[in-house]
Design a protein around this ligand. Structure first.
Ligand code: PMV
Length: 412
């Protein structure tokens, strides 16, 4: 590549350019892994870097000639370096909307777990949920050829379709049309939306809400508009209705805000602080359990015996209050005890399963401070609070007990 540069000065510029490009790649990668950005354009930076290298050589020379700047010797090198410093941001700008057919926007959203209060939250009791950054949904929005409409590429499912070809209540169609309407843009746009996710589907980690959130964020950014976390949460709530039937709204809230939340349906969405970070181990039964089904079964049972279910929901609500307090004062042992108590109540409303019980027992045998199912139950994931001493044994016990996946995450 460097051989393409025709003079010694340009060779130096070529080396410098490659160093800057390399640094940009490293920064982008680091930025991506440490704290998922709301929007970035790193894949395209690499593409632009390649495509524009030749133009850079020619363009730099022409500019220097026009400006009558020296091209050779020490002064030539200095003038080229200055020119380079001015120009090296060009690829970033081309990433932004408005660059010549290069507009591309990427956004992410995390998974989540409910620490206290699932199911009871549907009936107006409080619940506590936290984001899980170790799993992520990603949406990439690109300008598409004129007249092509909106194409969705579901990367993980190897499925590509035109948005208007799927039913009106398809969650992807709902989030895209709701977001475009919110942005004041109709559906008559030409876009390619690629979605992918490392969040397992229907396992209580909020995959549906995360995909919706990532899409809404990417579309907002792509249209050059800022959508608040609340606006994004409200948009994602529209798809939660499809996934959940009668959602409380906790999933879209915690995922859009990306902070621990204390949540009461239609009333409270408090973001609160974790006094002392603590570790959670998340164990996957490998069983997909649609939230809609579990929520409906609980509703049917509640209709049969309202008094008893209301009492259980009250107790769960009290645990959620106490759980928030324990997190705010940094009492990790209490968090564990409260989780155990919450799980007992979830068992009473029949949302546990033999697989969940097996993993929860294994986590306790491994020394967890407490454990419970997380989310709709019946399958999906369980969570256990651990210390730095017990994180290893608990993870191992979970795997031995048949967990299909184990995630260790820090709640902060
Ligand atoms: O999406 P899940 O599996 O995490 O379940 C959400 C929690 C429920 O309380 C069961 C339902 C809801 O809408 O809050």
């Amino acid at each position: 590549m460097i051989g393409r540069y025709s003079t010694p000065s340009l060779q130096k510029v070529g080396i410098l350019y490659r160093i800057i490009a390399h640094k940009k790649r490293v920064v982008n990668r680091h930025h991506h892994s440490a704290s998922p950005p709301i929007a970035t354009c790193f894949p395209q930076t690499l593409q632009v870097e390649k495509e524009s290298q030749h133009n850079w050589n020619v363009g730099s020379l022409l500019l220097l000639r026009t400006a009558r700047l020296p091209l050779v010797g020490f002064r030539g090198t200095i003038s080229l370096i200055v020119l380079l410093a001015v120009l090296h941001r060009v690829p970033d700008k081309q990433c932004e909307k408005g660059g010549d057919n290069l507009a591309l926007t990427v956004a992410h959203a995390p998974g989540k777990v409910i620490l206290f209060g699932e199911h009871a939250v549907v009936y107006g009791r409080p619940a506590v949920a936290v984001p899980v950054q170790d799993v992520q949904a990603m949406a990439m929005v690109e300008d598409a050829p004129l007249g092509s409409g909106i194409t969705v590429v579901a990367d993980d499912l190897n499925h590509t379709f035109n948005l208007l070809d799927v039913p009106r209540d398809d969650p992807l169609r709902v989030i895209v049309s709701a977001t475009l309407a919110r942005l004041g843009v109709g559906m008559q746009v030409d876009l390619k939306i690629t979605v992918s996710s490392t969040i397992p589907i229907a396992r209580g980690l909020g995959s549906g809400a995360a995909i919706s959130t990532a899409i809404a964020r990417a579309l907002g950014k792509h249209q050059g508009q800022w959508l608040t976390s609340r606006a994004i949460s409200d948009l994602a709530f529209e798809t939660e209705k499809i996934y959940h039937g009668t959602p409380s709204g906790i999933d879209n809230t915690v995922i859009a805000f990306e902070k621990p939340v204390f949540f009461v349906k239609d009333k409270i969405r408090d973001v609160f602080w974790v006094r002392r970070p603590f570790q959670l181990v998340i164990g996957d039964t490998g069983i997909a359990s649609p939230t809609k089904v579990a929520v409906k079964d609980v509703r049917d049972a509640w209709q049969q015996d309202r008094e008893r279910y209301e009492e259980i929901f009250d107790e769960i609500g009290t645990l959620a209050h106490m759980g928030r307090e324990a997190i705010e004062v940094g009492d990790v042992e209490a968090i564990g005890r409260l989780m155990d108590a919450n799980h007992k109540l979830l068992r009473l409303i029949k949302v546990s399963s033999p697989e969940l019980e097996g993993l929860i027992q294994a986590a306790r045998q491994g020394g967890a401070l407490g454990a419970k199912l997380a989310g709709a139950g019946r399958g999906g994931n369980m969570i256990a609070v651990v210390t730095s001493e017990t994180v290893g044994p608990v993870s191992m016990m979970l795997r031995l007990a048949g967990a299909k996946n184990v995630i260790v995450t820090e709640i902060r």
